[in-house]
Design a protein around this ligand. Structure first.
Ligand code: NAD
Ligand code: ZN
Length: 520
């Protein structure tokens, strides 16, 4: 999706477009400038020498290329009159910069380079307005009063894009709930919490200010700070949280909010599941991994010294808000880790995610781009679809069910363990998927191109695709004791072609070892 600015000549498309692109961290293309670069001539020279028809043809090609950029695009004032260009606009945000003819005449009169305005500026502008305004009105998805200072116009467009871009994914659990994805959606969660007498907001230290800002809008809210990372998922922290709720006099009509990464939401969800045998829980995941994976599916829990996630419960949230505004300060390694899970969803169920990565991997690593929002949304839809059909990991024999989400995870868990949990989870999953692809190739389930696609897509977003720091025999024995290994039999999720996961046991040991050698 691109953000397209339309409007009469001198309505500020270039200035506003450049400023908007800077704020969004996206490219900016002015179709007139693109045409001038391509032809080496000024627009008015093309008009004078080759006529308007010729210019409109050049403009059509330039518009198609600019719209494919996924950035901010300023369409030349008359471009919108070309039917073929209007036909390109569905799916894009088309913002009309509306400025009165009087103001435009004043602005344009000072700029004598515009081809259609050389004589009688006022009369020309009125005539253009009469022809074009009805078309702008019809074509724009939104109109902004563009007689304000540029910063205010940009701020209003940003607000509009935020509200226009909210996606709601419905999860069909025992009690169905919504996952809201978009900028500013935390405020929608706040709306749902209004009127609740007591609300505990669990958060890590780094999100104290965000949590406090949320609490300020909810008179019944109290903050509980949990340690960052896995240190949050301990029985000691759990005990502290339970007691804080007890001391505050929580009842079953009160609520718990988990605001943080997957460790915070796992802890908060489990506190909600267990306190008073179950309190309403609201999830506000703030890392890519937590949004793409931890927030949907109802799994909550804490670790024991004996192992990760050994104590837990299924407890569905009342609502989940994936507010993209929270991701701005997330370290790039955390973003890449979450992308590992998003791309996993691409391999097991939605190849459009892989296409997004192939088209523009840079855009995918930037959480403020529309491409990132789309990939995240698609991943959440994949997880939602899988868990809706298999709420409690009880798929029938012969069906892969929720286990599909474990793609790449068997080797990943072993790597995480032998590396003492110093590896980002998504990075380990990336290596695990390449391993699984190599196994599938050897079993005749994937072809060479499909295996190459694993390496290409994962590497393009900065994830590792090889690993050789450990002996196979060591990793193999760790894999046998994985919680999900079902006894001592190693069961791997493999793809029978992209988008078709299956789970296989009893894979020949030499084939596994050979596959491991291939990722070294
Ligand atoms: N319940 C599930 O289904 C499920 C699924 C996948 C993972 N998980 C769990 O999720 C956990 C991993 O989640 P994670 O990767 O989000 O780790 P995390 O919660 O430790 O977050 C990573 C780090 O980023 C910080 N942080 C969080 N939000 C931030 C923000 N917006 N800006 C800057 N820093 C921020 C955190 O304080 C932490 O230091 C694991 O414990 C895993 O078991 C659970
Ligand atoms: Zn995972």
């Amino acid at each position: 999706m691109s953000v397209v600015l339309i409007g009469l000549p001198a309505s500020g498309k270039t200035t506003v477009g450049a400023a908007l692109a800077t704020v969004l961290g996206l490219s900016f293309i002015d179709t007139d400038v693109l045409i001038e670069e391509r032809t080496g001539s000024l627009v008015r020279e093309i008009f004078a020498d080759q006529g308007e028809d010729h210019f409109r043809q050049l403009e059509q090609v330039a518009a198609a290329d600019a719209l494919a950029s996924g950035g901010v695009v300023s369409l030349g004032g008359g471009a919108i009159m070309t039917e073929a260009i209007r036909a390109m606009l569905p799916g894009h945000q088309v913002v009309w910069l509306d400025v009165s003819v009087v103001t435009l005449t004043r602005r344009a009169g000072m700029n004598r380079l515009r081809p259609l305005l050389l004589t009688d500026v006022r009369a020309q502008m009125s005539a253009l307005a009469a022809k074009r305004l009805p078309v702008y009105e019809r074509t724009a998805t939104w109109r902004v009063d563009a007689e304000q200072p540029v910063d205010d116009i940009v701020a209003q467009i940003m607000d509009h894009l935020a509200s226009a871009a909210v996606v709601t994914v419905r999860v069909e659990a025992d009690q169905p709930y919504d996952v809201l994805i978009g900028r500013g959606v935390a405020s929608k969660l706040v709306e749902r919490l209004e009127g609740v007498a007591r609300i505990a907001i669990l958060h890590p230290p780094v999100l104290h200010d965000r949590a406090a800002a949320m609490a300020a809008k909810l008179p019944g809210a109290m903050l509980i700070e949990a340690p960052a990372g896995e240190a949050a998922k301990t029985t000691t922290v759990l005990d502290h949280c339970w007691r804080a709720l007890a001391q505050a006099g929580f009842t079953r009509s009160d609520a718990v909010v988990g605001l943080g990464g997957g460790t915070t939401t796992d802890l908060a969800g489990f506190v909600a599941a267990t306190m008073l045998r179950g309190l309403p829980y609201f999830s506000l995941p703030t890392t890519v991994l937590a949004m793409a994976d931890a927030a949907v599916g109802g799994k909550t829990g804490v670790n024991l010294p004996e192992g990760k996630n050994l104590v837990g419960a299924f407890w569905e949230p009342r609502a989940v808000a994936c507010d993209l505004d929270f991701l701005g300060d997330l370290p790039s390694a955390e973003v890449a880790s979450g992308l590992g899970e998003i791309i996993k969803c691409g391999f097991i169920a939605d190849s459009e995610i892989l296409d997004l990565a192939r088209l523009d991997p840079q855009a995918l690593t930037n959480t403020s781009t529309p491409a990132f929002a789309e990939a995240l949304t698609r991943a959440i839809q994949v997880k939602t679809a899988v868990v809706s059909q298999d709420l409690r990991e009880q798929a029938k024999a012969g069906q892969v069910g929720r286990e599909a989400l474990n793609y790449g995870h068997t080797l990943a868990h072993a790597i995480e363990k032998v590396e003492g949990f110093t590896w980002a989870h998504g990075a380990a999953v990336a290596v695990g998927m390449v391993f699984a692809a190599e196994v599938a190739r050897r079993l005749g389930l994937l072809n060479d191109d499909e295996v190459a696609l694993h390496r290409e897509v994962l590497a393009s977003v900065g994830l590792p695709v090889s690993y050789h720091a450990s002996d196979w025999s060591q990793l193999r024995s760790v894999m046998s004791v994985d919680k999900k290994a079902r006894g001592n039999h190693l069961r791997l999720v493999l793809l029978e072609g992209i988008g078709h996961p299956t789970a296989l046991a009893d894979i020949p040991e030499d084939l596994l070892a050979d596959s491991y050698a291939a990722i070294g």
